[in-house]
Design a protein around this ligand. Sequence first.
Ligand code: SF4
Length: 340
Amino acid sequence: MITRNSHSVQGVDRAWQRELAEAYRSPVELLTDLQLDPAEFGQGLEARRLFPMLVPKAFAAAMRPGDAQDPLLRQVLPVGDEFLVADGFGPDPIGEQDGPMPGLLHKYQSRVLLMLRTGCAVNCRYCFRRHFPYADHKVGATELAQAHEYIASDTRINELLLSGGDPLMARDDHLAELVARFSDLPHLKRLRIHTRLPVVLPSRITDQLVNLLADAPWQVVMVLHINHPNELQPELVAGLARLKAAGVTLLNQAVLLKGVNDHADTLVALAEGLFDAGVLPYYLHLLDRVAGAAHFEVDEDRARALMAEQLQRLPGFLVPRLVREIAGEASKTPIDLKLV
Ligand code: SF4
């Protein structure tokens, strides 16, 4: 039986680290706790050898017991389809493995992306970085100093993006050091944090984090990664309210995933749920074509049809932009919504 962890107390910095240490790493254990028979999943579970399984218990608690098709479970459970080799799917689908220095990517003129932490609190099976050579991109004190020097030398850069892995894997005191270090750069206007951590481990929204972001010398934007309305659990919604009250702009990017959220009712419920939680739907991404994730792909025509339904059923400001990331392109590529 899966229950929410009792030590996920607001404001306790280390509770999230303890919860992370207790995350599921064994598919058999997860399935058993979900009242599912691991034997029915056969050798597919061995796909954990391609990409380890990692699922915090707080995320598993939102899964429906006994439902092998649960949309949250499907995002994290290793399955046999990951062994399939599919045309057009490779290890680096968006061509991002080169940057000016380890841990720093400078794809867009005014923004740099710092891979602050190489790990995540969850391993999403469709992750475009599932083959990323994180070991070559570790950011320590030397790399932070180099990144600071790099940004200081290019006044066109006005936004620092923290990504990973998941940047909120960094402890609050490390984040505070980063804020202090970069706060002397006058051309930096915004700090953007791309994270899924609060979704899978809501206790990560600590009081220290909220206070740090409230006091940061820049506008702070948090881009969450929420794919399904069932992910909007009460503890997350409460944490988002605290971030919003602290002045953080909350946006969401979802990935369109077959068998997870490729239904208009689901996408409409997601948009409504996000707005209720103070989050604006921002992007709906077509799947990045990473090796091992072809079974999640929704084709463009189906994606257009889903967008047409959302446009009919939602106010325009709740309809995310449908985009694809194309290797070598200077920005995300919007998908033409005309049905062909
Ligand atoms: S949280 Fe994001 S970066 Fe981490 S595994 Fe999931 S998709 Fe990948």
